[in-house]
Ligand binder design. Structure first.
Ligand code: PMP
Ligand code: GLU
Length: 396
């Protein structure tokens, strides 16, 4: 007999974190693995943000903060939403959490009864699916193919909504595809959402890593303004993954519910981290834009190299730091007794035979693809794609 709950027995380990762990383990065995598995900027947090946290510690910011966040950070978030996104949230509509991941967890717990449906626009970030299931919800996947630049149409969305639907969740710029929904595309989705008694959760954590189009927030569209939750965080734009700091702007009733959940779980985010977060949002954004420009250069590099490998089909990502190529041309092939039948097999093959860690697309709702994170140096990326090419070339 096991003492573990069915909930945890049925819960998979996060696929992104699992591949990062496998890569680390192989490295510890002395293998020269290049890890392109984790969505984590390889840059360090800018110095002025680190200094702000150190100063906050010196100034005695070592106590609990209000559950929804330090007033100074909450105000900085309200100002940021208005300044960068044209979004109008009041301070009481903001909830700061231990990462955007926890924000999405809080929202799922707040909105889902057992058996309620939550629509996820696919390809999607792996944890959406499992966070919804943990809350007792049923993930309903609405999938866009590579030929539609991985973007769901209003018709597809409409067809998936039922009386059990509670919310629609998506990211733009998107993890894992790098696709960016344009304002007019969001207007199409909003027109559908406005007709139903549902909420839309817009995950904009890659907002600042957008290479071409101006970032658009669905919450600025009048018809869905009062039913939009905007999720954001510090991990990507400010290279602050380890700080565990994210936030939402939400309808008041939902912000209150998330704060209540949080009051029972974490009591709020780390005090001195929040001080640093408010400095990040209110200071010069040059370090963020420099990182964005470096990611853009890497995108060109990796796309250029991948295009030279026969059988690899790519879209042209407009943001984030991922490429999500369709690798189905390699399914059914084998090398050295290793048979590749799907994206899980391919990710394992590339790791073990090619010594490059990627993540299987199946985890993101598209089993034809694999996800490559190009948050690594140009040198590592060049070598990694060379290895991928060699490993794929060996499949016959
Ligand atoms: N949303 C998306 C789309 C992500 O890729 C991630 C991964 N970092 C998160 C949310 C969670 O971010 P955080 O590190 O702030 O929890
Ligand atoms: N969001 C990043 C990723 O997709 C970080 C790891 C995680 O939280 O899943 O790889």
């Amino acid at each position: 007999m096991t003492l573990l709950s069915n909930k945890v027995i049925n819960l998979p380990e996060s696929a992104t974190l699992k591949m990062a762990r496998l890569a680390r383990e192989l490295k510890a065995e002395g293998k020269d693995v290049i890890s392109l598995s984790l969505g984590e900027p390889d840059f360090d947090t800018p110095d002025h943000i680190k200094e702000a946290a150190i100063q906050a510690l010196r100034d005695g910011y070592t106590k609990y903060t209000p559950v929804s966040g330090l007033p100074e950070l909450v105000q900085a978030i309200v100002t940021k939403f208005k300044r960068d996104n044209g979004l109008e949230y009041d301070t009481n509509q903001i909830v700061v959490s231990n990462g955007a991941k926890q924000s999405i967890y809080n929202l799922s717990q707040a909105l889902l009864n057992h058996g309620d449906e939550a629509i996820i626009l696919a390809p999607y970030w792996v944890s959406y699916h499992d966070i919804i299931q943990m809350a007792g919800g049923v993930p309903v996947i609405v999938k866009a193919d590579i030929d539609q630049d991985f973007k769901v149409t209003p018709e597809q969305l409409e067809a998936a909504i039922t009386p059990k639907t509670k919310f629609v969740l998506f990211s733009s710029p998107c993890n894992p595809t790098g696709s960016v929904y344009l304002k007019e595309e969001l207007e199409g989705l909003a027109a559908v959402i406005a007709q139903h008694d549902i909420v839309v959760i817009s995950d904009e954590i890659y907002e600042y890593i957008n290479f071409t189009d101006k970032h658009a927030s669905i919450g600025t569209i009048e018809s869905v303004k009062d039913k939009t939750v905007t999720v954001n965080g510090f991990a990507k734009g400010f290279a602050m993954t380890g700080w565990r700091l994210g936030y939402i702007g939400a309808p008041l009733w939902l912000a209150k519910a998330c704060a209540k959940i949080q009051s029972q779980v974490t009591s709020g985010a780390t005090s001195f981290g929040q001080k640093a977060g408010s400095v990040a949002l209110t200071s010069d954004m040059t370090p963020t834009y420099k990182m964005r420009d470096a990611f853009m250069k890497r995108r060109e590099l990796v796309i250029g190299l991948l295009k030279k490998i026969p059988g690899v089909k790519t879209n042209f990502p407009k943001g984030a730091f991922y490429i999500f190529p369709d690798m189905s041309a390699f399914f059914g092939k084998s090398a050295n007794g290793f048979v590749v039948n799907n994206s899980d097999d391919l990710a394992e093959y590339l790791l073990k035979e090619g010594l490059v860690a990627t993540v299987s697309g199946a985890a993101f709702g598209d089993p034809n693809c694999i996800r490559i994170s190009y948050a690594a140096s140009e040198e590592q990326l060049t070598e990694a794609v060379r290895r991928i090419g060699v490993a794929l070339g060996a499949l016959g």
